[in-house]
Write a protein that binds this ligand. Structure first.
Ligand SMILES: [Zn+2]
Length: 448
């Protein structure tokens, strides 16, 4: 074992080349052979081949040039191969299998507005970021139409053939030189995933049209291209936008308390960075540049001595009821205000619809009022979702339940309520504190 460990220095060197700059044929082969030449393993072991050489930065950054089997900290082995298996992650010098990684880390997206440009003016920065949004939008649409144009057409066949691999990266780079190479490869993956998801409906059943992207499509930078530091208790992101790097201070303050906790973990290295997206969103009516950071945060220690299951379900009389395994009702959450808000909102929309029919022309002020009302309603429902999920998870944690069984099939109490958002949020909160969440519709011992 000590032998293969001795080779780590070289392996590291070889890997660095793959990660930090584009790998082209000759360079990669030189790197490969120099590593192979110093390989201390027995000659009987076949030397792995570096595949996908001429694919430019995109593939090279996604894969790690490996010369030995990958071993997780738990001992699980995969490989040898030239890329990490699906779900496996690298953090620092260690490699983790999908299971170990998910046990340790939790994936979170943290969004905060940019408050200040530290090394330039807002005008300069806005011009740069707008150019990136425009190029990202165009490039995404170009990629989408290319995938469609190069795909099969239905010709009386019954079954949709699998999609042939399409590699758009080099042409996209040539067409959109203003976009950083890593952003183009990230975009390539995102658009391909979106196309694949829509493909059957678009080219086979013709039930959907080709997805399109509208300005401003978020400008995305992958993990290795941005950093975050804390300066005077405030988060500062450094990222490349346009032709240079920018230091962007993010808004802090009490409103962003939760985000700041997560962001500190990115800064001190206890969380691993994912991608960074710059996008536009209205905050208090004004367009703001938002910074969305994806990070793998360390999971909190699973509390000890958890036992039993808490069953929570929706009923016709109240939003949620919690029942213990012995059938005793622990609490009932009526949430009459949600039903009232929902009814008021529905009624208001109906009144406006009636008026619009009478007036027979779109009224600008009227549209604005309707949009404002919709926003208010959405905000109310979103904060209700957060509060309910937080309370439920807090309750389950205090009572040390090992599991929550959840059933929201009965939506008759408040049909307009964002039930799926609530379910998702509860799952997220429970996941954070290490309590199992079973939201499968079967198997809940529900009384009639
Ligand atoms: Zn493992």
């Amino acid at each position: 074992m000590s032998e293969s460990r001795g080779g780590d220095g070289e392996l590291h060197g070889g890997r660095k080349i793959g990660r930090d700059r584009p790998v082209h044929g000759s360079r990669a082969r030189v790197a490969q052979s120099s590593v192979a030449g110093r390989n201390s393993r027995g000659a009987s072991e076949p030397l792995p081949v570096v595949r996908g050489i001429d694919v430019g930065f995109a593939r090279a950054s996604a894969q790690v040039l490996k010369e030995k089997p990958m071993v997780c900290v738990c001992g699980k082995e995969r490989g040898p191969g030239d890329r990490l298996p699906k779900g496996w992650k690298r953090s620092g010098e260690s490699v983790y299998c999908a299971d170990c990684w998910r046990r340790m880390r939790i994936l979170r997206a943290i969004s905060m507005p940019v408050a200040e440009i530290m090394d330039g003016t807002w005008e300069e920065f806005r011009a740069s970021v707008r150019e990136m949004w425009a190029a990202t939008t165009q490039c995404s649409n170009w990629m989408m139409t290319q995938l469609y144009a190069r795909d099969v057409r239905r010709n009386g066949e019954l079954k949709l053939p699998p999609m042939a691999p399409v590699y758009l990266y080099p042409e996209a780079r040539a067409r959109f030189p203003q976009l950083p190479s890593q952003s183009v490869s990230a975009l390539d993956q995102m658009v391909q995933a979106k196309y694949r998801a829509a493909r059957y409906q678009v080219i086979w059943t013709c039930a959907a049209s080709l997805p399109t992207f509208r300005y401003p499509t978020p400008f995305s930078s992958p993990n290795q291209t941005w950093t975050l530091r804390i300066e005077d208790e405030r988060p500062v992101v450094s990222a490349r936008v346009g032709d240079r790097r920018w230091s962007l201070r993010l808004k802090s303050g009490p409103r962003y308390r939760r985000q700041l906790t997560a962001v500190r973990k990115i800064a001190d290295g206890s969380a691993d960075r994912g991608s960074l997206d710059l996008y536009e969103q209205k905050i208090d009516g004004k367009p703001a540049v938002m910074c969305k950071m994806v990070a793998w945060l360390p999971r909190r220690e699973r509390p000890s001595k958890l036992e039993g299951a808490l069953s929570v379900w929706s009923t016709a009389e109240s939003l949620l009821v919690a029942v213990k395994e012995d059938g005793n009702v622990l609490w009932t959450y009526h949430a009459d205000q949600l039903r009232r808000w929902s009814a008021e909102h529905r009624e208001q929309l109906q009144r406006w619809a009636d008026d619009a029919r009478f007036e027979r022309r779109p009224m600008a002020s009227f549209t604005a009022r309707r949009e404002a009302a919709a926003r208010k309603y959405r905000n109310r429902m979103n904060s209700a979702v957060r509060e309910i999920a937080g309370s439920l998870a807090g309750y389950a944690a205090r009572r040390k339940f090992a599991m929550v069984r959840y059933d929201d099939r009965d939506t008759s109490f408040c049909p307009g309520f964002p039930w799926s958002a609530l379910r998702e949020r509860i799952g997220l909160k429970l996941d954070e504190i290490g309590i199992e969440f079973d939201s499968g519709s079967g198997g809940v011992p529900r009384d009639s």
